[in-house]
Structure formats: C-alpha cells, structure tokens
Design a protein around this ligand. Sequence first.
Ligand code: ZN
Length: 263
Amino acid sequence: MRNAYLTIDDTPSPHTDALTDFLVSRNVPAILYVRGDMMEQHGTQSVVRAIQKGFVIGNHLYNHYRSSEISFEDVCAEILQTQKMIDACYAQAGTNQPLKLIRFPHLDRGSGGWIVNYDAYDEPHRSEIIKLFSDGINIDLKKPSEELFNHQRKIARFLKEEGFVPAPFNGVTLPWYRGEVAESIDALYTYSTSDWMLLDRHKGKWPYKTLDDLKRKIDEDKNLNDPTSAQIILGHDKDEIENVLPDLVDHLLRKQFNFKGVA
Ligand SMILES: [Zn+2]
C-alpha cells in the first residue's frame, strides 16, 4: 500500500456535496482548498457539510489571482477575507479548524511561475520539479527579479505570523522533495491529476485531452509510481469536470493507494 494525500482546489462548486459524498463512500479523506469568490457564488453550506463529514478546509484565497501580480497588501487581504469565511464555516459546523492550511492559486507564492528557487536544485531534479509545478506546460520561466523574490518572502513571513502551518504530509521520500519544496508552509504537490485540462476552455490545448489520457498519466508517471514514497495529489472541484476526479480517485484506489487524512 502506498500512502497518498488528496488535495482538492477551488471548492465550493455546485458539485461539492456529490464529491464529498463520493469520497466518504470510498473512505477517502481530503483537504478542500476553498475560494472566497466561490463561497460567495455558491454559498458555504456545502463547505459546512464537508467539515461535518470530516474533511479539512484550507485557504485558496479569494479571487484566484496570481499573487505575483497583485500587491502584498492585496495578497494579505485575499487571505484574511477568505479565512474569515472559513472560520465562519467551522463555527457553523460547531467545530474548530484543526490546522490553518493554505495553497496559492496557480501555486503562485509571490514570484510567478518560479514556484521555489529552482536554481537551488540540481539536474535532473530541477527540470523535474519545473515540469511538475507547471503541470507539464511549457511556460516562460524567467528567473524573477529580487523585488519579486522579496514579495514572496514577505508573503511567506505573513503566513507564519498568521499561524498557517505546513500540512503534515508524511512519508514523501521523492529525491527532490527537500529544501524549499518540503519546507513550504503553503501546500505544493507531488502529482497533479491535470483534471483541469478537460475544462471546456482548456480542452485540446494541453498534453492531456481525455479521461483516458489522465488515467494513462497515472499509470506512467515516474513520481507517482515510486513504490516507497507517499504522494500529495492535486485535483479540482469544478463544474464541467465534476465526474473526472471521482473516476481518477477510483483509478488510484485500484492501484492500491491508501488515502490518508491530515487531521
Ligand atoms: Zn485553484
């Protein structure tokens, strides 16, 4: 059995209740990273229900902006505003948030596509994590300016001051999972399902075009198929692709993954 943590971004959607019911039926815990704008649009009832069903809620900011493209003050406001809504959900569910968790939209932690300082990693790990964190897409990877690095460091300090903690993802032994990647307060991942590539507006543009492609990715991914390491798996709670993640979770279960909770 290989351990895995399921992390789901962009909750809530009109399908959150169905998704969490499905995961409960499969005995699969997950962290749901919620967006302020989606809670405003769809209401918070399905988030409250998720808490009551034992899911852990994390902060995915308010408007899904890229943190490198907005001011430090705006990043802080996005985090605080969303956290307030999360706190209200926990209060309504009659329980306390076990851990203050966060993941940035697009993984943008303040310095754009340069998620961690890639130059601190030797090849081939450098290329591997660049590919992983850009989800297999060729993006323009210019090393950020010192100013942008400072922006990222300020944001990381703010997270610490606000009491955010790294999710306790234990047992990840992948060789590049060290340094900044392993120490990050905000959640990164070791495997992306790339489920978002099946959204209408993205479909056909990226390497994975069908559900079968996404299953093949699971079958073939080198990181994911490391027999010794735990995995942090990324999926999405989104309209249009609401049937994709459940299918992929079943595919992972058939491959003997054992999903663990963080609280
Ligand atoms: Zn997102």
